[in-house]
Design a protein around this ligand. Structure first.
Ligand code: ZN
Ligand code: ZN
Length: 160
């Protein structure tokens, strides 16, 4: 089979070749058979996908509700997540990311004891320019953060 390079100058088209894998929430360039290079999951099949999980962007200085990001249970525990642990992914995506040239991103993510025993929170993506991280969170937690954001926006609007 010949290699086909569509040599158009449309950068957007190139970028949109990346899709978010429903299984591991990584932005990936699917293999030819439509599987995820990160987790080998089938991108055209949602079998095994947890409907309560979603990828969610969190800002470094953002106020978060006291609920576990992973199971949405009330918790006062927080886990420090920093971007300089050089997640495999950020290396993967940017190639030659040098921590010295960037300001680190640190987020205190609420996580209950039970979930802390199972896994450490790991961002699927770290954005050093915007000081944000993307995590796979419980949809209930996501909704609470969105609600909190709206409340904060409202309050700021009223502050004289
Ligand atoms: Zn995947
Ligand atoms: Zn939990």
């Amino acid at each position: 089979m010949d290699e086909i390079f569509e040599n158009n100058e449309d950068q957007d088209k190139k970028a949109s070749a990346f899709v978010e894998c429903p299984h591991c929430f990584t932005k990936v360039l699917p293999h030819a058979d439509n599987t995820c290079p990160a987790c080998q999951g089938d991108l055209s099949s949602l079998v095994g996908v947890n409907p309560n999980k979603a990828s969610f962007l969190i800002h470094e200085s953002e106020e978060l509700p006291s609920y576990c990001y992973s199971c949405n249970q009330y918790t006062e525990q927080e886990v420090r997540v920093s971007g300089d642990q050089e997640s495999i992914l950020s290396k993967f995506l940017t190639g030659n990311l040098s921590p010295e040239e960037t300001s680190n991103v640190v987020i205190f993510l609420p996580q209950c004891e039970l979930c802390a025993e199972i896994e450490d929170p790991e961002p699927v993506e770290v954005d050093y320019d915007n000081q944000t991280m993307t995590f796979v969170v419980h949809t209930g937690f996501r909704d609470q953060v969105i609600q909190l954001r709206e409340e904060l926006n409202h309050n700021e609007g009223n502050a004289g």
